[in-house]
Design a protein around this ligand. Structure first.
Ligand SMILES: [Mg+2]
Ligand SMILES: [Zn+2]
Length: 183
């Protein structure tokens, strides 16, 4: 079985300006390509798992999302890094066009994207890691029983603040991607 580094996108790969869908608005978070390359070298699959309700809300299309995704992967590849796969949730439970209006199991904090990835890539989730900037990313990692979850935030957040916790996942706040250890 493989191990994976699951990366949220907005706020982890690109600075979260809100519903980013054009290359012009895509500003890289410092250290992300280095983290991806370290993960590649350490034998992790690098898999993006991203809520994209902007699709469901009609702010951009799946086609535009795919185009940005290909550009993002090529930019990383040009610097020697590999993003192995990208999973996205276009849905929203309340605010979306009919095609995308649903209570799905893929929208984080639900774990559908992780379980789909683990089937496709034969991943041992208990040896895998999540990096996210939102509480829902941490919640997703905990529910999926990943080994570690890194909460990239500058805010002083209480670790106990509304996080359902268990003994399987270690959650740690980090202020820079370089502070994430990979073993
Ligand atoms: Mg995010
Ligand atoms: Zn979904």
């Amino acid at each position: 079985l493989n191990k994976a580094l699951f990366l949220d996108r907005d706020g982890v790969i690109n600075i979260n300006h809100g519903y980013v869908h054009r290359t012009e608005d895509f500003a890289w978070v410092e250290g992300i390509v280095d983290l991806i390359k370290r993960a590649n070298q350490q034998g992790y699959l690098v898999i993006v798992v991203t809520n994209q309700s902007g699709i469901g809300r009609g702010m951009y299309t799946e086609r535009e999302f795919f185009a940005l995704t290909e550009w993002m992967k090529s930019q990383v590849a040009a610097q020697g890094g590999v993003i192995d796969d990208v999973f996205f949730c276009p849905h929203h439970p309340r605010s979306a066009s009919p095609k995308y209006l649903k209570i799905c199991d893929c929208r984080k904090p639900n774990t559908g994207m992780l379980t789909s990835a683990s089937r496709k890539w034969k991943i041992d989730l208990s040896r895998s890691i999540m990096v996210g900037d939102k509480r829902l990313d941490m919640q997703c990692a905990i529910t999926a029983k990943l080994s570690n979850a890194y909460w990239l935030t500058d805010e002083a957040l209480s670790m106990n603040d509304a996080l359902t916790t268990n003994t399987d996942t270690r959650v740690k706040v980090v202020s820079h991607l370089r502070d994430i250890p990979l073993a």
